[in-house]
Write a protein that binds this ligand. Structure first.
Ligand code: SF4
Length: 485
């Protein structure tokens, strides 16, 4: 298993990317390329399952990057056939020492044939389901909550696999986008709130399902549409795309952090370019929190579009005051506290000639623990900046995510423990401002801002308002927001 990046624990991390292809020769090769384009959604491990009429189901699951495993002819030759799905993942906070058996896709053999399933999100009642299933005789092979879906499918009395999957997913709470396959069908599902993304694409006579549109581009597939919240698509070569509605209809609550950080800027979400939304966040931020300064710099790469928007709106020149080492890749160093501090310097360096003597606005996507922000501020001051002003392209992250994003415990989130002024002092900067929730909603296309009675997105990590009760976490002692907070 590759070691974690020592500086990446100061970001929220999306835990999974999923991809599936039906109806092309050697579909697994296309899945490998798709997973490579989704690598930002999970870098710890990846897996592919394929089906071939002669050889049946085959699978390969490996720790490490897609490019280090699924480019090898030895591996790809073991994954023949016109139908394949794949998954990339991070470990969750509780399972840093994941075993290969936790790497998806998971496979189940049923009386009517086999099925493989890959899941992005988090099942919030997984503990209760697991207990119930074990009591009734299920034997789990992994610690992953996603395996519950396979066991629930095994217990369903429905006659075909898609119907069994409908049964299983009706028992599941939380956020899930699923890509699954039988011997002949590719299946995609989004939970009723549509918290995590999933899109449909077309390649020649074949079909593609992907977490993001950027992964359609890499294989030359055409974007068809998003899978709608609460929709299941069952795709076969003979009948094309059949749309089903297994869940009670609810108003969608897409993850707004996908807009801020998780998704790639070259993806399209909800009909809008992620890059444009991020640039617009910078525009809103400049309107909400102006400051006199000489230079607007992004914290690369994720702060770049918002910094461009901020500079444009404020009229303050934009410059690359921080340069990212593109070849950092993974490190062999264990993430001790000391190395964690060094880690920022391994990844980022200050463009001294540009910074010296200037009042600098640094635009970053988020502040989680604040350790990286402090280090960057020190580097900028060491380089001779006259003032440092932080502008953050998301509201204060004060609550953990329980919907498929690796978040530190609440106590470790800077904004859970400090006011904005206390955070400014802690970071040691001249000013610190976060975009408001309303500003973020406006940038994401909601002209009237957030509808507080019925929010248009999931924003629980900012607001503490969880659209699906995190039952497992409440059982473990997590306290929901009180009326007084
Ligand atoms: S809690 Fe935050 S990161 Fe998690 S799904 Fe909601 S908006 Fe996204």
């Amino acid at each position: 298993m590759p070691p974690a990046h020592p500086f990446d624990d100061d970001k929220l991390r999306e835990e999974c990317g999923i991809f599936g292809v039906l109806g092309v020769q050697d579909a697994a090769n296309f899945v490998a390329l798709g997973l490579h384009a989704l690598q930002h959604r999970g870098q710890e491990a990846g897996g592919i399952v394929s089906h071939d009429s002669e050889q049946g189901f085959n699978s390969a699951r490996r720790f490490g990057y897609v490019r280090d495993n699924f480019t090898s002819t030895d591996i790809m030759q073991t994954l023949p056939g016109p139908l394949a799905i794949g998954h990339v993942r991070y470990s969750t906070a509780g399972s840093k020492t994941a075993a290969i058996r936790d790497v998806q896709p998971f496979f189940g053999e049923f009386s009517m044939g086999g099925a493989a399933i890959a899941h992005n999100g988090n099942i919030t009642n997984a503990n209760a389901l697991r207990r119930e299933l074990i009591e009734r005789g299920s034997i789990f092979q992994s610690s992953s909550d996603s395996e519950c879906i396979i066991h629930l499918m095994a217990r369903s009395l429905q006659r075909d696999i898609p119907a069994r999957m409908e049964d299983a997913l009706r028992r599941v709470e939380g956020a899930f986008s699923v890509v699954a396959m039988t011997r002949t069908k590719l299946i995609g599902v989004r939970d009723a709130l549509g918290v995590r993304p999933l899109v449909l694409g077309r390649i020649g006579d074949g079909w593609v399902l992907s977490s993001e549109t950027c992964a359609l581009d890499i294989i030359g597939a055409e974007f068809v549409r998003e899978i709608e919240p609460g929709e299941m698509v069952v795709i076969s070569q003979e009948t094309g795309v059949e749309s089903r509605r297994p869940f009670r209809q609810r108003k969608s609550r897409f993850c707004i952090f996908e807009q801020v950080y998780f998704s790639r800027p070259d993806s399209i979400l909800g009909g809008r370019s992620v890059y444009e939304t991020r640039r617009q966040i910078g525009v809103e931020l400049a309107r909400e929190a102006p400051v006199e300064a000489d230079l607007v710099c992004p914290v690369p790469d994720s702060g770049t579009p918002a910094a461009i928007g901020f500079a444009h709106e404020s009229g303050i020149p934009y410059g690359m005051g921080i340069i990212r080492n593109q070849y950092m890749g993974r490190t062999f160093i264990e993430p001790t506290e000391q190395i964690r501090n060094m880690g920022v310097r391994l990844k980022l360096n200050v463009n001294r000639a540009l910074i010296r003597g200037k009042r600098v606005i640094l635009v970053d996507d988020s502040v989680v623990r604040g350790t990286t922000s402090r280090k960057i501020k020190e580097m900028i001051l060491d380089a001779g900046a006259a003032e440092v002003h932080f502008r953050i392209a998301s509201p204060p992250t004060a609550w953990p995510c329980f919907y498929g994003v690796d978040t530190p415990q609440r106590e470790k989130l800077l904004a859970a423990n400090m006011s904005e002024e206390e955070m400014r002092e802690f970071l040691g900067v001249d000013s610190l401002k976060f975009i408001s929730l309303d500003g973020l909603y406006r940038a994401a296309g909601e002209a009237q801002g957030r509808d507080n009675a019925c929010p248009q997105f999931c924003d629980a990590c900012f607001s503490g308002e969880y659209p699906v009760e995190p039952a497992d976490m409440i059982e473990k002692g997590f306290k929901l927001k009180t009326a007084a907070e």
